[in-house]
Design a protein around this ligand. Structure first.
Ligand code: ADP
Ligand code: ZN
Length: 647
């Protein structure tokens, strides 16, 4: 590929500073030594003086050079005169043949000739006048000087853009702008991280294990005609161990690890990002098999085409396009796997997720109690901790903490203990450290108070209970009160794959979605804003029942849906005001009925609901088994594949 040439480090280096230096040196040299160019050199006499010499008959010959300078040769007799002694001596000194005795600038040539004729008219001896043009050897370079400078600047810019020159010397740093900033950890030296260092994250580890396999024995897969995946996307909040996990993959597979942040690609110089991407992939290919880790990929991977007005956006798009090109470019044998991390998978350009790119998405959640305990164990290893330190207690005290926060707690506790002159780190040091970290975190991270946590637990337990009780509601897989993204808790369901949905199924689902708020109402007699997304979902569903699917008796068998997509009924509704009132009433009735139904169901099962919430508070994550223990086997169970998630 031709673009590779530009980045070939073995290419002889031309440091543009040399060009500048050279140009300046030439300029100076020309001025000092380049006779005939400057003004200082040829004034060893003046025109007036010269005409006087002529009128005295001292001048034998005048050579006019380039119509500007006169070289004056004296007669033999004149050279003997006292006033010309010095010039005669100089003339013979400088050159054995004839060198001019005097030189001077003539000014206007016509004027000079008139004056010369006048001066000659008084004497008998002829004065020979010759005209010639003499090439100044420096003039050529001087004429080229502007071009040399322009070319120098041009080379400078080109190199910066293409990221080529690995210039040595003082300029080196600047000319590396287009080079990738990736830190390389060589397999022998740096990457010692293995899966042992990554606590918890069982699911994620299992998924990346596959990547380790690919890197270790690619033949196993390629022999069967399979394609090695090119990329995996780790999605999760900051500090949840995404970098750690990627590094562990490199460590397990014993391959080099290139690490770079998305924001490193985006510089103020146009074209730099793209060339950095090129360079990074080139380096990685040379070391293949290898792992490229791009942190904060959202810095370059944000969906294209929005804000097309701003220039920086174009630059980011170029970078993204280059990344896509590179990922498409490497063949099955290249064996470079790109792992990227983000906490905003939703804003990424869809092109990134396409098959053959980051088609694997691995979620890295905030750790639950068990995982926090495991993470504590990892980070307590190097500490001198007091005997009998209760790790369970510590993990319970740290809801909402990420892996990085826990690492921080351990370190901070050690520092606090040292400050107090202790020999070992004890429980109180950890509690102080937690306080300190929570204080620091509150601004950037959300930390849940125990009270909020209780509310979330009952809310989620409400969803779980209602969906367990209703035949057509999707069965539950997992409920968690570990905060994740914008939500404080979540429940995963196994929705049935249905092609036709009956009204009863929709109603059951709405009832389950309202179960969260209903539980809050029953237990605390208070409702909260936590049900926003539930309400949004339910409202949309009810509106669709009435206006799209024709499932409401009052409106009847008609739809206001337009499949051509040409009418979105911005301000003008396709129905009358009276119908609008009926529709609104229908929607509200449907929702209220289901809410009431959820309330009744939960009221009847209040103990079980409470029991479930308590289990959830303790474990933070519960699965189907836990529900079965409380409610007994679900009578209408079918197994399915898809999971769907709900707040
Ligand atoms: P991210 O890339 O998701 O922002 P990092 O991987 O940089 O997070 O994590 C920062 C630090 O937090 C790690 O170096 C490690 O010390 C600690 N950490 C995070 N998650 C874990 C985990 N699951 N097990 C052990 N340590 C962790
Ligand atoms: Zn909810």
């Amino acid at each position: 590929m031709s673009k590779d040439k530009k980045t070939n480090p073995k290419k002889p280096k031309i440091n543009p500073y040399w060009i500048y230096g050279g140009a300046i040196a030439i300029f100076i040299a020309v001025n000092i030594f380049g006779g005939g160019f400057g003004t200082s050199k040829n004034r060893d006499t003046s025109a007036d003086q010269f005409f006087e010499y002529v009128s005295k008959g001292d001048v034998k010959q005048v050579d006019v050079i380039n119509r500007r300078i006169a070289h004056v040769y004296l007669t033999k007799k004149a050279e003997q005169k006292e006033i010309h002694k010095a010039s005669a001596a100089k003339s013979t000194l400088l050159s054995a043949s004839k060198a001019p005795n005097y030189s001077f600038e003539i000014g206007d040539l016509q004027n000079f000739e008139i004056k010369l004729d006048k001066a000659k008219s008084n004497i008998d001896a002829p004065v020979k006048v010759t005209y010639s043009t003499e090439e100044n050897p420096w003039a050529f370079i001087i004429n080229l000087l502007p071009f040399i400078l322009i070319i120098g600047v041009w080379i400078f810019i080109m190199r910066k853009m293409s990221g080529g020159a690995a210039g040595g010397g003082p300029g080196g740093q600047i000319f590396n702008i287009g080079k990738s900033k990736a830190k390389l950890f060589d397999e022998n030296k740096e990457v010692k991280t293995t899966f042992k260092d990554v606590a918890g994250l069982e699911g994620a580890k299992e998924e990346v294990q596959e990547i380790v396999d690919f890197l270790k024995n690619p033949e196993k897969y390629t022999n069967l005609g399979g394609k090695i995946p090119k990329g995996a996307l780790l999605v999760g909040q900051p500090g949840t161990g995404k970098t750690l996990l990627a590094k562990a993959v490199a460590g397990e597979a014993k391959v080099p690890f290139f690490s770079l942040s998305g924001s490193d690609f985006v510089e103020m110089f146009v074209g730099v990002g793209a060339s950095r991407v090129r360079d990074l992939f080139k380096q990685a290919k040379e070391k293949s098999p290898a792992i490229i880790f791009i942190d904060e990929i959202d810095a370059i991977g944000r969906a294209r085409g929005k804000n097309a007005m701003s220039g920086s956006n174009d630059e980011r798009e170029n970078t993204l396009n280059q990344l896509l090109t590179e990922m498409d470019g490497f063949g099955t044998k290249t064996n470079v796997i790109v792992i990227a991390a983000t906490n905003r998978a939703d804003i990424l350009d869809k092109a990134l997720m396409r098959a053959g790119r980051f088609d694997r998405q691995i979620f890295v959640d905030l750790p639950d109690v068990r995982e926090r305990k495991a993470i504590f164990k990892v980070h307590l290893r190097p500490l001198k901790k007091a005997d009998g330190l209760d790790i369970d207690f510590l993990s319970k005290q740290t809801p909402g903490f990420s892996g990085a926060d826990i690492a921080n707690v351990c370190n901070e506790a050690a520092l606090i203990a040292a400050r107090n002159g202790k020999k070992e780190v004890d429980k109180q040091d950890f509690l102080d450290a937690v306080d300190r970290i929570v204080g620091g975190l509150e601004k950037k991270n959300k930390i849940i108070t125990p009270e909020e946590k209780r509310a979330v637990a009952f809310h989620e337990a409400g969803h779980a209970t209602v969906s367990w009780m209703l035949e057509h509601a999707a069965p539950l897989v997992k409920v968690t009160i570990v905060p994740r993204g914008q939500s404080l808790g979540a429940a995963w369901y196994l929705p049935e794959e249905r092609l036709i949905v009956r009204p009863q199924q929709m109603l059951d689902e709405m009832c389950a979605a309202l179960g969260g708020r209903a539980a809050e109402k029953i237990i605390f007699d208070k409702i909260s804003t936590g049900a926003l997304s539930d309400l949004e979902k339910v409202t949309k569903q009810a509106r669709a029942m009435v206006t799209v699917y024709g499932l409401s008796d009052k409106i009847g068998n008609l739809t206001y849906y337009d499949s051509s997509g040409q009418n979105d009924y911005g301000f003008s509704k396709p129905y009358s005001e009276e119908t609008a009132v009926i529709i609104d009433k229908e929607i509200s009735d449907i929702i209220e009925n289901q809410y009431q139904r959820a309330l009744n169901l939960l009221e009847a099962n209040k103990e079980k609901l409470t029991e479930l919430a308590e289990v959830l508070l303790e474990k933070e994550v519960i699965f189907k088994d836990n529900l079965e223990q409380i409610f007994g086997k679900r009578p209408f169970e079918k197994d399915n594949i898809n999971t769907q998630e709900e707040e």
